[in-house]
Design a protein around this ligand. Structure first.
Ligand code: UDP
Length: 387
């Protein structure tokens, strides 16, 4: 019978599972090496300007999952927030994601939707091999043609992922919309918003519950977790870290942030992408615009640089090229042979997960742990469907 559970990691995955398990009468300890909850979603006020800063990079909440939206709005007030990103290319500013405005701007035209559709269709290039687009570049060329690919995607993607876009899966581009109207909302989702008090307060509210013990600033090693006498461990850290990286390291991109303050509005929007290959950063975030209702006088501006993560760096984006897929499969086989531990979340399952998907999977994972508890079955290593 699972009565005492250790959850390693106090991000969304760990917090949601903890809350659900505690609600079912399980005693849960949530440990995190960092001194704060919320993982990479952590927000903190800048002491100098009072601006709420997304410390590990911008997070915008968006979902089509009404259950997830109901869940998060139970724990904090959300303010309406629409993500409108701009891009500076060759010294000019364009609208993103690629929409009718972008198309008309880049080609110097005034096309209407049907005309733009036909115009882009005439430029789009199907892969020479005759099949479906097999990589990021083929997907982009088939979707938008060479001009838009070169302006907005090629340089940005090479910087963001540190490799040739031909080596990346087509699925990365499928995250981005292409629109033939003037809608410049970065997301399609029905529910979008920003937690009024920041993500850290939101996650803290999820964790605020009898039955949950929070142990911040504690680095739990796999050996420590195994030896702790827990009925079950939920590991939200990197999957390969559980095995001491003994088959090799799963590759991640990490981010370097170059931060400065400014008196007043610095760039006029929350996110300005810089796709040009000769600009070393990928984007600049101005955090006051993530909380437009606060209207602070000062500003916190952050340039974002992407590079390969070394052993001591914070892992952000799982790379998942062919080599990593093979290594991942070997680690997943090892994980399935373990007992007493389940792997969840972005790091635990080595996937590029948005917050809403993370929360949905954490809710499902908790249900699966609760039902395993009631039947006495051993919880599986991977609790999310499809893994
Ligand atoms: N991307 C791009 N140009 C842009 C924005 C995005 O080429 O101006 C590509 C890039 O490869 C990126 C992917 O699209 O990794 C997904 O973009 P998204 O904005 O979803 O990235 P995130 O916000 O998760 O970093």
């Amino acid at each position: 019978m699972v009565q005492r559970v250790l959850i390693v990691g106090a991000g969304f995955s760990g917090a949601v599972i903890a809350r659900e398990l505690a609600g079912a009468g399980v005693a849960v300890t949530v440990a995190d090496a960092r001194p704060h909850v919320a993982g990479n979603c952590h927000t903190e006020r800048c002491a100098e300007t009072g601006v709420m800063v997304h410390v590990y990079g911008p997070h915008i909440f968006h979902t089509d999952d009404a259950g997830v939206w109901d869940y998060v709005t139970r724990f904090g007030t959300f303010r309406p927030y629409v993500n409108r990103v701009k891009a500076t290319v060759g010294g000019r500013v364009y609208a993103l994601p690629v929409n009718l405005h972008t198309i008309n701007q880049i080609f110097g035209l005034a096309l209407r939707p049907d005309e733009a559709r036909a115009f882009i269709a005439a430029r789009a290039q199907a892969p020479a091999h005759g099949g479906e687009p097999a990589n990021f570049e083929e997907q982009a060329l088939a979707m938008v043609g060479p001009e838009i690919y070169a302006a907005f995607f090629r340089g940005y993607t090479a910087k963001q992922w540190g490799c040739d876009p031909r080596d990346l899966p087509a699925s990365i581009l499928k995250r981005l919309p292409l629109r033939f109207d003037y809608d410049d909302n970065y997301f399609f989702h029905r529910f979008q918003g920003m937690p009024e008090a920041g993500y850290t307060a939101l996650v803290a509210a999820i964790l605020e519950c009898p039955g949950i013990t929070l142990d911040l600033g504690r680095h739990v090693t796999p050996a420590g977790a195994r030896a702790g006498g827990w009925d079950h461990v939920v590991w939200t850290g990197p999957l390969d870290a559980w095995f001491g990286h003994d088959l090799g390291r799963l590759a991640y991109r990490t981010l370097d942030f170059e931060r400065f303050t400014h008196d007043g509005d610095w760039q006029g929007c929350a996110v300005m992408n810089h796709p040009d290959a000769d600009v070393p950063y990928t984007r600049i975030a101005e955090h006051r615009h993530f909380a437009p209702w606060e209207r602070p006088a000062g500003s916190v501006v952050v340039r974002e640089y992407s590079r390969a993560a070394g052993p001591g760096d914070i892992p952000y984006y799982p790379v998942r090229l062919a080599g990593e897929q093979a290594l991942l499969a070997r680690y997943m086989d090892r994980a399935r042979a373990e007992t007493g531990v389940s792997f969840v979340g972005r790091l635990g399952t080595y996937r590029y997960l948005d917050m809403d998907v993370t929360i949905r999977e954490a809710l499902d994972a908790a249900q699966s742990l609760i039902s395993a508890r009631s039947t006495g079955a051993a919880p599986p290593a991977f609790l999310a469907g499809g893994l």
